[in-house]
Design a protein around this ligand. Structure first.
Ligand code: BG6
Length: 487
């Protein structure tokens, strides 16, 4: 069966500001909640650096799924002996022309990037936006337009101005909804003439903790309250976006890794149903516009007793439903009765190989996930992240023979084509994570590389930042040129 995709399919790549952009103290950008996050590794979790009122330094684990609580009276602090990857990242801020040209060289017709909230509103509370911040993204979008590359903008990719986190406990506070709506309105008024596709949040079902959501305690009541406030914020912004930009289309990005039952034992099957609901909860509310009945069971399980909802919220959620369901897919996971609910690693799956970071490689899982989402929500889908973090060995010219990445992408793109061509799942496009090497979110490393383009930089930020296309660059170019036929 041919792997050629329908005409108009969007092919591209995806990045996030604090992993890619750098320039953290340039152009009037404020400090973001991620800027105090150190580097780490698979063995050594990243942490925030903070100071207590008595001067004691604390370093809570900032791992985005299992973050430690952060004391309310702790103030973030930069320490001289620590490396903070978001400050420079891989310096897209000064390399955007070169990088966009490289992306265009592969034939991308879409590029997904996020806007740093603190570049537009440095503390989140200003009345007027930072013009230099708007100008930077104007330059990026105008550069893309030269190559007919469509923007797909993530309004909030796991971060916020740190001021909102410290002062209001981030998304745990209802007032942050208004700050977010004000921020989104500026983006729509400024970029709406050139941008049709928007994502209100990134991986809303996976992010926890101070860095991504600004909350000091990321579990139980606080966690679900923050989620509710984000649902309302997203719905308000979708409604406003539709009114301001009649052609606009909105998604939110969900982290999807189907949790297979480890065995057909009924207890394992039921556990997998419940664990999958931890993710469906988000897609159901935002994709269908109301809380599913099983939400109460989830709240009970997590000790949520007093979720604050306002009288209008139900109506807002209904009116601000998403137009498409965007998701990231890297892996599947496996679960059994007794595993904990945020079973990040999952039980092992004897049928799958793993990446060096222990992520199971499961291309058919992508086809499975695409079908599941569409069957359930009946709205077009968009794969906005997929890729393989690997250790690349560059030669003296920076060239990498990354056949393992080609194999990973070939298998996943073939599975995607089957979901589209054989199962008839409507899919708007595919943006690979991440076309140019950048900083890993979970570990803060550079050595976990995803790109088609090698960036000369090590885990501590040393290197020339020189960009060199890898072997996979030309391979991907051919796939896009043939609209998938060459898979
Ligand atoms: C997703 C995020 O979780 O996965 C990205 O949206 C992230 O920000 C990507 O980089 C890959 O994860 P990691 O930890 O390998 O960088």
């Amino acid at each position: 069966m041919s792997k050629e995709l329908p005409k108009g399919f969007l092919w591209g790549g995806a990045t996030a500001d604090f992993q890619y952009e750098g320039g953290f103290d340039e152009g009037g950008r404020g400090i973001s909640s991620h800027d105090y996050e150190t580097d780490g590794s698979k063995e050594q979790p990243r942490h925030h650096t903070m100071k207590m009122p008595d001067g004691t330094i604390i370093e809570p684990n900032s791992s985005f799924i299992l973050a430690d609580p952060v004391p309310k009276d702790a103030q973030p602090v930069f320490l001289d002996d620590q490396y903070y990857p978001s400050h420079k990242a891989v310096d897209f801020y000064h390399h955007y022309k070169e990088d966009i040209k490289l992306m265009a060289g592969m034939g991308f017709n879409v590029y997904r990037f996020s806007i740093a909230w603190s570049r537009i509103f440095p503390t989140g509370e200003e009345d007027r936006p930072n013009e230099a911040g708007l100008k930077f993204y104007d330059n990026v979008i105008n550069e893309m337009a030269k190559y007919n590359m469509e923007p797909l903008i993530t309004i909030c990719h796991d971060e916020m101005p740190v001021n909102l986190a410290l002062k209001y406990d981030g998304w745990n506070s209802r007032r942050v909804i208004d700050d977010y709506v004000k921020y989104a309105k500026v983006l729509f008024e400024h970029f709406g003439d050139r941008c049709k596709y928007w994502l209100t949040f990134n991986e809303i079902n996976a992010v926890r903790g101070f860095g991504p959501t600004g909350v000091h305690n990321s579990f139980g009541q606080d966690r679900y309250q923050a989620d509710h406030n984000m649902f309302v914020a997203s719905a308000k912004v979708v409604k406003m976006g539709h009114a301001l930009m009649p052609d606009s289309q909105f998604g939110t990005m969900f982290a999807m890794s189907a949790a297979y039952a480890a065995t057909c034992k009924p207890e394992d099957m039921f556990h997998s149903l419940q664990e999958n609901r931890e993710n469906w909860y988000f897609i159901d509310v935002m994709g269908r516009g109301y809380y599913p009945r099983y939400a109460q069971e989830i709240w009970d399980r997590h000790g949520v007793k007093d979720l604050q909802m306002e009288a209008d919220d139900e109506k807002i959620l209904k009116e601000g439903q998403l137009d498409f369901i965007a998701f990231s897919y890297y892996r599947s996971s496996t679960t059994k009765a007794g595993d904990d609910w945020f079973n990040v690693g999952g039980s092992s799956n004897p049928y799958l190989k793993e990446t060096p970071w222990g992520w199971p490689v499961d291309p058919l899982g992508l086809r499975y996930t695409m079908n599941e989402i569409y069957d359930r929500i009946q709205k077009p889908i968009f794969i906005v992240e997929n890729g393989m973090g690997a250790i690349d060995k560059a030669d003296e010219n920076g060239y990498v023979e990354d056949d393992y990445r080609i194999d990973y992408l070939k298998d996943h793109l073939s599975a995607m084509a089957d979901a589209i061509n054989l199962d008839h799942v409507p899919c708007l496009g595919y943006t690979m994570w991440a076309p140019i090497d950048l900083v890993s979110l979970s570990t803060g490393e550079m050595k976990k590389r995803y790109g088609f383009v090698y960036v000369d930089m090590d885990d501590k930020g040393n290197g020339t930042l020189k960009r060199t296309p890898k072997k996979s660059y030309n391979w991907m170019k051919r796939i896009i040129e043939t609209n998938g036929k060459a898979l």
